[in-house]
Design a protein around this ligand. Structure first.
Ligand SMILES: Cc1cc2nc3c(=O)[nH]c(=O)nc-3n(C[C@H](O)[C@H](O)[C@H](O)COP(=O)(O)OP(=O)(O)OC[C@H]3O[C@@H](n4cnc5c(N)ncnc54)[C@H](O)[C@@H]3O)c2cc1C
Length: 145
């Protein structure tokens, strides 16, 4: 049940990260600073590019781990890896989202501010990141001995 829950949390993290990315891209495309949209600045584009890559990697990992869980090929290590990566990933994406929004990103009423707080929980419940690392590391060593 814990492994199934970990897959669920990992998928929720991907969904939240996608929403944060969507909010950030929209904000970057319409918000002007220095006479031009902030999305035309390459350093802002880099924040968006890193988040896009993170979201795609997380989604691919969740789909693969869920396939392995459903087939019975891996009902423990894959879910732990998906939960570990995706919960850390949504934290990075939320941090980038706040940065793209500038001061607005820190203010209540902005979606990314709420996601920044909410995302922090995912590294704690359904097994902390440290516990996921223990599950994964122990399984790797056990399989080799
Ligand atoms: C909003 C919310 C909802 C929750 N819902 C549920 C729920 O529905 N059902 C449920 O059962 N629980 C629930 N929890 C509890 C949650 O699962 C625990 O908070 C979580 O497992 C961490 O346990 P802990 O708080 O006792 O922290 P601790 O276990 O005391 O951990 C504190 C720190 O020590 C680290 N640590 C602990 N043990 C080790 C170890 N062996 N090796 C290395 N580091 C270690 C942790 O990683 C963490 O960094 C919820 C918590 C929150 C905040």
């Amino acid at each position: 049940m814990l492994a199934r829950g970990r897959l669920h949390i990992a998928a929720v993290c991907v969904g939240m990260a996608q929403r944060i990315l969507d909010e950030s891209v929209r904000h970057a495309a319409v918000t002007k600073q220095g006479g031009q949209a902030i999305g035309t600045y390459q350093l802002v584009q880099a924040l968006l590019a890193d988040s896009y890559t993170d979201v795609r990697a997380g989604r691919a990992l969740v789909v693969e781990a869920a396939d392995d869980y459903d087939s019975g090929a891996d009902t423990s290590t894959g879910p732990a890896a998906a939960k570990l990566f995706c919960s850390e990933m949504v934290g990075r994406v939320a941090d980038h989202g706040v940065q793209v929004h500038g001061g607005m990103g820190y203010m209540r009423g902005t979606a990314v501010e709420r996601f920044y707080r909410d995302a922090r929980l995912f590294r704690i419940y359904e097994g902390t990141s440290e516990i996921q690392r223990l599950v994964i590391g122990r399984a790797l060593v056990r399989a080799a001995t």
